[in-house]
Design a binder for this molecule. Structure first.
Ligand code: ADP
Ligand code: MG
Length: 435
């Protein structure tokens, strides 16, 4: 077992005692989730699942992940400002993927009308796993970048531009991960920034724009809209799409604006890995380009044509080396192994395959840890981790006025799971123990 906690991991009685103490501590510290049974009740909670021990993370890779975060912020921001690139990259995807197409429609509509706000607020989280190289050494490889509703930060964006702003947090009524969002609300309140929490439905019923496209809700002007909803199709009905368009058309600062959400699609991630694309998007920044590229795993377009045909043939020949991804967020959407093979066989000759991308499967070195979950026995299982680095930036017109990394998230899961997600019940919260 590759872990410095080896002596603990062998003593079952000691593990249970440690787990009891750790769970009490988590409850006392407010590491909480609403339960699945009662997601909207305010008085039934349990602890958010977490590891008993912090997992070992090579400090060089932790530093590399931090060092490249500002480059990723720059890159996402460059993509969001490059209409030709977004249009070209997503053109095949939006033909087949109605969700991305809907987002894209809003994008086109606000572009056409002229964007009302010159300030752009990005809050991204770039996720990585530690690929085991042939010589056994680990390499930092990006899983994806989250540009909308990047969760578990519990961190406020500390931008001078939004001080004394009224922030509108768009959230669902039934939200198990509400304590993660409350941490942000509390942090804003502590800085004397008022926050109101509303659903898309509230915006469509009570929101309006004045002639300068200022957004008003319940008689108050909204300076910043922060989305913790609206990143998957099930979160939209016709009314919610209209509310999203209204928010996007307004001159409130959006976190994220629609272009930045589109910049976080898996299709864009795949195109960015193509030779020469980073160089076009970030001209005159060869060092940033090199740092970014070093974290990219193999990514393959499935657009109709020879390149896509070849990617599919390779995936069918060695299914365990690849992951098939649709344009979705929130966990549980990717296809692996036999399911991937069946889907590829079905889509092979259809244009629909362009709504997916193919990715090299990252294979980290497993290690032993205990994943603590309400109601589950304490036992040591083989695990792998995923490191997330939060990045935040503010752009005013063409000028980047702030670009920072603002903390990390380590999530750990048992090796038997292909997909991830804490709220999805697969991964648990962890802390890196730099080695
Ligand atoms: P989502 O937007 O649903 O979070 P991700 O691309 O992050 O989609 O994939 C979900 C999970 O699937 C990740 O947290 C990770 O556990 C696993 N995963 C995704 N891509 C890979 C990959 N290339 N190699 C290994 N595991 C992967
Ligand atoms: Mg993810």
């Amino acid at each position: 077992m590759a872990s410095s906690w080896g002596s603990f991991l062998q003593d079952e009685q000691q593990l249970e005692e440690l787990a009891r103490q750790a769970v009490d501590r988590a409850l006392a510290e407010g590491v909480l989730l609403r339960t699945t049974q009662e997601p909207s009740s305010s008085d039934v909670v349990s602890y958010a699942p977490f590891t008993l021990f912090p997992s070992l993370v090579p400090s060089a890779l932790l530093e590399q992940a931090y060092a490249v975060q500002m480059d990723f912020n720059l890159l996402v921001d460059a993509v969001s400002q490059n209409a030709a690139f977004l249009e070209q990259t997503l053109s095949s995807t939006i033909k087949r993927d109605t969700f991305t197409a809907r987002l894209f429609d809003i994008y086109k509509q606000v572009l056409k009308e002229g964007i009302a706000q010159t300030v752009f607020l990005g809050l991204n989280r770039s996720d990585y796993m530690f690929q085991r190289n042939a010589d056994g050494s680990p390499a930092l490889k990006q899983i994806e970048i989250n540009t909308v509703s990047a969760s578990f930060g519990g961190l406020a964006s500390r931008t001078p531009a939004v001080h004394r702003a009224l922030v509108l947090l768009i959230a669902q009524e039934k939200e198990r991960n509400v304590f993660d969002q409350r941490a942000i609300e509390n942090e804003l309140l502590a800085r004397n920034i008022r926050v109101i929490r509303r659903r898309f439905e509230d915006v469509s019923e009570k929101g309006s724009l004045d002639q300068d496209r200022k957004l008003f809700l319940d008689g108050q002007e909204i300076a910043v809209v922060y989305f913790r909803d609206g990143y998957m199709p099930s979160q939209y009905n016709q009314q919610n799409w209209e509310a999203r368009l209204l928010l996007e058309r307004s001159c409130s600062v959006k976190c994220p604006d629609i272009a930045t959400q589109l910049a976080g699609t898996k299709k864009v991630q795949q195109e960015l890995s193509r030779v020469g694309v980073l160089e076009v998007l970030l001209p005159d920044q060869p060092e940033a380009v090199a740092r970014l590229r070093a974290t990219f795993a193999g990514l393959y377009s499935l657009d109709l044509g020879e390149e896509g045909d070849q990617a599919i043939a390779e995936a069918l020949a060695a299914p365990n080396r690849f992951v098939l991804k649709p344009q979705r967020e929130g966990g549980g959407n990717n296809l692996y192994g036999e399911e991937m093979v069946q889907t590829l066989e079905r889509l092979k000759d259809s244009e629909e395959r362009a709504s997916y991308i193919l990715m090299e499967k990252i294979e980290p070195e497993p290690f032993g840890n205990c994943l603590l979950r309400p109601g589950c026995p304490v036992r040591v299982v083989q695990c792998i981790s995923e490191l997330g680095i939060f990045g935040v930036y503010v752009r005013q017109g063409k000028t980047l006025v702030m670009n920072k990394h603002v903390g990390h998230l380590l999530r750990t899961k048992a090796t038997e799971h292909a997909d991830g997600g804490v709220v999805a019940g697969v991964a648990v919260l962890d802390n890196p123990y730099p080695v």
